[in-house]
Design a protein. Structure first.
Lengths: 493, 493
């Protein structure tokens, strides 16, 4: 938990006056009662009151703000809806927040090309709502989809429960229009399968607001599947459940969703949601098929067979759309349910190779004893993206610190088995220390060099996502790369 | 066609001696009879004898060559099998070619994880051959797959006739190990769906050898479909055929392959291959379904219905694997067939939005008159990737120049309708002028900045893929970005 730094009132007056000279009054917030809602994102343990908040209505205003901040050397923190879970939108005491929430217009729907062009502040679900009349939707569905914005999704490369089959944001965004810190507008990507030049679209997606401000996004729309059904399978032990996931994928099936919950999660959720979950099972697996009726029935039959052979102790298949939604309701309400049984929880976001699921779950169970805290495991099993929920009480002396240490240990285990420290929530401020574990100094230097290519001034969301080499060295986590020969030219890269 | 520049013999002796001090003799070629095979790639109109050719056996040797070249300020041209079609591997008179052809070992097959780890010089088809015993294969299938190497595929982000459904190289490569010009080894990407930090893997794939030398590639393997069938549909006019492509995709079908050939191509191929094509049709469409037997039969029925409704004048469906291969044989032999009826041909590679197919084909037909040359259209219709084959005779005064102008006009039309100047063949030296049409100065500056982030010395494949701003300005093609406000800080970016 970080202490909020004080704001320099003179500097605030100066920058505020300069902003008001170029923007309408409604677009600049400076009073603490107005800026307070921006002091944190979904990772509320980290808070900082921003010096100023700007709410541009147009791309021209975004460019004007960027030009002004560059000239006055003011750091910038971009913000969508503030639903992020890694502190990526944590403000700075000497910085300006640029919220794109007001640029929330759907510019164009092209049902025949299956494309929507939207402003950055359009909510994820609003795109699907607008596309519904054409039988289409926008596939990535993060849990926060009712609130989170498309530009925030671009910043974090958001996923969702269907990303195993339909991909992450990077697989569903065709083009972004970006205002650079130098005051240029550049367009990255295009509607073709490939584009000439370097693939800067992919670098931009997931760059956590460090490379530019999104002013427009072109997304791919996909047809709503005719039908969907979900299997709920129970397992008597978590290792068998973890191995069943590998067996489903190994059989050549890509389910529309493949989610797992352990007993702690199931028992946490069931009294609250009444999803009909098997509370005796060590773990349950939700396994969805979508497509035409014929495809769905065939895939459900194949998945049922694979899960039986993999040792499922019970299998139920949704017999109606209402039952399908009920099966999902438990999974989708896991986070609120955690809030119901524990004063606080800390949601982790590591990924691991599928074949390591059983090993990592066993490791986390051991850590519960080490750190004296409970952990509920809810995860996107199909793509190996874990969301361990560490339950703690911030009012109890030392529990937050222990929860943070428990979280870091989980991420270190993820890296150890060949995984990564974040699946879809981003690095932000939360996991910046774990980046030293994940990457070598040469790899971090490559990240910094690309960051400088877009933002030589270092003004866009500074000190997030990529740790400095100094920071890694000081924390004692600096990793030497696996190269056969090593020539460190750190200054130069 | 470019004139070959002379090699400075003194410089050649110096660099040769330095290389022989660190490499075995078999790894360095300097005599013109040995270096001659490296003077061009598949775009044979451009030729240049390299100063020296190196053939490293190991990653350590690659690093040693890079360190030496950096210290002696020698430019480097990386090379796979030399099958590229845009001159990306065209050597330099003062440069060293690094061919990774000898690093051709399959390091590891992991059938359960569906992953193969291979050295850079492994041929595309060799991966699928090695994976076949596990019922798996590597999906991207460029026409040159029997010869081209995986590192070349990475450099060009290669596609193939199945990329509509299975994606390009960028969608099928999980990780690359890269030797940087600074002598570091970095690993980009990973086996998870998403990775923390900037997505440098995507930027690297398709970067045409400008960012580093690939020393190892981890690719995704996919299960061989149980069955495949192909529809051959005839159309009386090309506009109806073009619209039928949009209708198939519009119906929510993603065929495994969706290829179109115009009458010129069909009549060029049929006498040579005897594929059974309809030589009276204005265009034919090949439309493939793959999957389980049930899925294939259902998809073939749906596609047949859509194509009939879209105005197909005749429809045939392959009744056996032999017939399916015969239907494809014409398409796959289009390039050799062009060589049979015309002394020379120039293969273009533009992409366009699918809905513009009919408009662009009509435009190309008009250009045939303007430039006095014939053009056969063969293309990946599903993803709007055109391969117009401009037929000419290099021995006839002015025909090559007219073919080049015809090609540039086709690419300009592609950009005009919202497409791009290359689908899968890369920019290389061939299309570097067209990049000025495609991108604004701010966008080109962003490319250069990222290039510098990896190669501040400018030694890796210089003067390829991304034109300098000066070059664009001199050619009169500099495009001002579409921004509402423009602040050009070209020096700074």
């Amino acid at each position: 938990m970080s202490a909020s730094l004080p704001i320099d009132p003179e500097r605030q007056r100066l920058v505020n006056a300069a902003l008001l000279a170029i923007l309408p009054e409604r677009c600049v917030l400076s009073a603490p009662e107005d800026t307070r809602p921006y002091e944190c994102d979904g990772l509320a343990a980290y808070r900082q009151l921003p010096m100023l908040v700007t709410l541009p209505d147009t791309e021209a205003q975004v460019l004007a703000i960027l030009n002004l901040c560059r000239e006055l050397n003011v750091p910038i923190v971009p913000r969508g809806a503030g639903t992020g879970l890694s502190g990526g939108a944590l403000p700075l005491a000497n910085g300006v927040v640029i919220s794109t929430a007001r640029m929330n217009r759907i510019v164009r729907m092209e049902p025949l090309s299956r494309v929507a062009v939207v402003q950055p502040g359009v909510r994820n679900l609003a795109i699907s709502d607008a596309a519904a009349q054409h039988g289409l939707y926008y596939a990535p569905d993060p849990s926060s989809q009712i609130a989170c914005t498309i530009a925030g999704n671009v910043a974090e490369n958001s996923g969702g429960v269907h990303c195993l089959k339909y991909g992450l944001t990077v697989h569903n965004v065709l083009r972004v229009r970006v205002a650079t810190i130098d005051g240029d507008i550049i367009e990255l990507g295009g509607e073709s399968l490939d584009a000439p030049g370097l693939d800067l679209l992919a670098v931009f997606i997931g760059s956590e607001g460090m490379l530019g401000i999104v002013t427009e996004v072109t997304v791919k729309l996909v047809p709503k599947p005719e039908k969907a059904r979900v299997i709920m399978a129970s397992f008597d032990d978590i290792v068998t459940g973890g191995n069943a996931v590998a067996r489903v994928i190994g059989a050549g099936i890509i389910p529309a969703g493949l989610e797992m919950m352990d007993r702690t999660s199931v028992r946490m959720v069931e009294p609250f949601v009444k999803a009909g979950y098997d509370t005796d099972a060590a773990a349950i697996l939700l396994c969805e098929a979508d497509g035409t009726a014929l495809e769905v029935d065939e895939e459900i039959a194949r998945m049922t067979e694979v899960l039986s052979n993999a040792g499922a102790s019970a299998i139920a298949v949704s017999q109606s759309e209402a039952e399908r939604l009920r099966f999902w309701s438990g999974r989708k309400n896991a986070f609120p349910a955690a809030g119901r049984i524990s004063p606080d929880y800390y949601c982790m976001d590591g990924t691991i190779p599928r074949k390591r699921l059983a090993q990592v779950l066993t490791g986390i169970a051991k850590m519960e004893e080490t750190y004296g805290l409970r952990c509920a495991n809810v995860f996107h099993a199909g793509d190996g993206n874990l969301h361990p929920l560490i339950l703690f009480d911030a009012n109890k002396e030392g529990e937050f610190a222990r929860a943070e240490a428990f979280g870091a240990a989980i991420l270190a285990l993820c890296v150890e088995v060949g995984g990564t420290i974040t699946g879809e929530h981003g690095v932000g401020v939360e996991k910046i220390g774990s980046m030293c574990v994940q990457f070598s100094s040469a790899e971090l230097s490559a990240f910094h060099a690309v960051k400088r290519a877009f933002d030589v001034h270092g003004l866009l969301n500074p000190d997030k996502a990529i740790p400095t080499l100094n920071r890694c060295a000081e924390s004692g986590k600096m990793r030497v790369s696996a190269g056969l020969l090593r020539f460190a030219h750190l200054e130069r890269f």
